[in-house]
Structure formats: structure tokens, C-alpha cells
Design a protein around this ligand. Structure first.
Ligand SMILES: COc1ccc(/C(C)=C/C(=O)O)cc1
Ligand SMILES: [Zn+2]
Length: 265
């Protein structure tokens, strides 16, 4: 597999060479979340609040893999997800970010064509399936809901004290391939909005190769605020080719016959 990335030479428009599903898939992610008109998100009153049980992580690695920065707790972490559109309990695997080199771009999902400066993805896998018993098996399982990814938009405003332990660490993983063990505990719950009631949900895929179509997506309406300085810290992380990672977001994909549900009117 040629090393994929986000440049002209190895970016999203070239991924189909190693991952044909990029062009042939009918449930690819991300998408543009439309709120009015024909293909708009449909309100579903049965959609309940998302429930997260995220005890503070005590042991984790924070790494720069050349195309994003990723927080990976030790396998023993007990963080779980349920509720919302889900019928099963999911185990937390990792979180990572997508961002742009200015405030008008960076998120993967869009709302009526609007991009946010960044998007946080919390990746989970179905821990109650009889068909797989690990994250990597889940990804390769062809189960349409093997994974559930929670997406949160980031917008520029006040400094986010809860995310500061992460953004303060970005300079320590400036070089691609570098990682640090996360010092102390990290409280992910404190980063998220109080109530996880208002979201869009649809069936989609990973947004990076292998682009597996195994993801139940839940994208929250309410953005998380971060400061300009915190955004600039993301933009200083290198991609391994002597340049900063900027624009590590895949453009929106066709909806095809999918519908998007909204838990709010
Ligand atoms: C090679 O295995 C992989 C498994 C998962 C992912 C993810 C989680 C991609 C994404 O966030 O879009 C990538 C590779
Ligand atoms: Zn992502």
C-alpha cells in the first residue's frame, strides 16, 4: 500500500488506487449534513441521548502517526458507549483529530456546506458482537455497525481547559512517528458538552484507508470551543515530509440512498 496522506500526490483523490471502495462504496464518510430540502436530515423522536461512561484514563500513549494525532489508552481501559441509535455497548478505542490550516476549513463532516476549523473523532467498537473480539477484527468484519465514531466539531473561541493537556502535548509529538506516554490522568468526559442529546446519525465508513464501511456515525450539533492558540498548536504538527499536517480531512462523499437521522428538530 503506497503511503497515503493528504497531499496532491497521495491525498483522498488517489486513495481509490489501493482502496477501490473509495470510489465504488455507497456508504462512504464523511458527508455534508444537510438540514433543509430533499435530502435533509429527518427528525427521529425515538433517538435517545448518547450515554458515555468515560472514567479518567490513567495510562495512554499520545502519538503523531503522520496524518493525525491520536490518544490511545491502554487495552485495559473501561470506557464505554451506549444509547443514542445504538443497540449494543461499545468499547472506547482511541480519539484523534482532523484540522485545517485556517479557521474556514478542517472538519470532515460539514453542515449545509460549512466546515468547522477541526473535528474530534472518538472511535469505539462493538464489544458485544459474537463475530469479533478486538478492534482490528471489528474493522475487518464487514459488520455495518462494528464501529461507532462520535464526531464533535471544534470552533474557535475561549481556551478549552479540558483539552489543554492534549493541546499542550502537541509540541512533544511534532515529528511524525513520535509518541509520548500521556503524563497523569486525562478526563475526556470533561471535554464533551454536558448533554449528548442533539446529534445527526447515519451509516458510513472510516474516513481514512481502509475506508471500511463499518461505522455507525454520530455527529453532535453543538461544537466544542478551543482557542486560536490551541488551533495553532495542531497546525504546528509535522507530517514526516518536513511540512505541517494541514488539511487532514477527506472531502464529503455522495449520500447515495442513505438517509440521515437527527435527534433534534
Ligand atoms: C488499519 O486499521 C485501521 C483501523 C481503523 C482506522 C480508523 C479508525 C480510521 C479512521 O478513523 O477513519 C484506520 C486503520
Ligand atoms: Zn477521524
Amino acid at each position: 500500500m503506497a503511503p497515503w496522506g493528504y497531499s496532491k500526490e497521495n491525498g483522498p483523490a488517489t486513495w481509490h488506487k489501493d482502496c477501490p471502495i473509495a470510489n465504488t462504496g455507497v456508504r462512504q464518510s464523511p458527508i455534508d449534513l444537510i438540514t433543509t430540502g430533499q435530502t435533509c436530515a429527518k427528525y427521529d423522536s425515538n433517538l435517545k441521548p448518547v450515554i458515555v461512561s468515560y472514567p479518567a484514563f490513567s495510562e495512554a500513549t499520545f502519538l503523531n502517526n503522520g496524518h493525525s494525532v491520536q490518544f490511545q489508552p491502554s487495552a485495559g481501559n473501561l470506557s464505554e458507549l451506549s444509547g443514542g441509535p445504538l443497540t449494543k455497548k461499545y468499547k472506547f478505542e482511541q480519539f484523534h483529530f482532523h484540522w485545517g490550516n485556517n479557521d474556514s476549513e478542517g472538519s470532515e463532516h460539514r453542515v449545509n456546506g460549512k466546515m468547522y476549523p477541526a473535528e474530534l473523532h472518538l472511535v469505539h467498537w462493538n464489544s458485544e458482537s459474537p463475530n469479533f473480539s478486538s478492534f482490528q477484527e471489528a474493522v475487518g468484519s464487514n459488520d455495518p455497525h462494528a464501529l461507532c465514531v462520535l464526531g464533535f466539531f471544534l470552533k474557535v473561541g475561549a481556551e478549552n481547559a479540558s483539552l489543554k493537556p492534549i493541546t499542550d502535548l502537541l509540541s512533544k509529538v511534532k515529528n511524525a512517528g513520535s509518541s509520548v506516554s500521556f503524563p497523569g490522568k486525562f478526563d475526556l468526559k470533561a471535554v464533551l458538552p454536558e448533554t449528548l442529546t442533539d446529534y445527526y446519525t447515519y451509516d458510513g465508513s472510516l474516513t481514512t484507508p481502509p475506508l471500511a464501511e463499518c461505522v455507525k456515525w454520530i455527529v453532535f450539533k453543538e461544537p466544542i470551543e478551543v482557542s486560536t492558540a490551541q488551533m495553532e498548536a495542531f497546525r504546528a504538527v509535522d507530517d514526516g515530509h518536513g511540512k505541517p499536517i494541514t488539511g487532514n480531512y477527506r472531502p464529503p462523499c455522495p449520500l447515495h440512498t442513505r438517509t440521515v437521522a437527527a435527534s433534534f428538530k
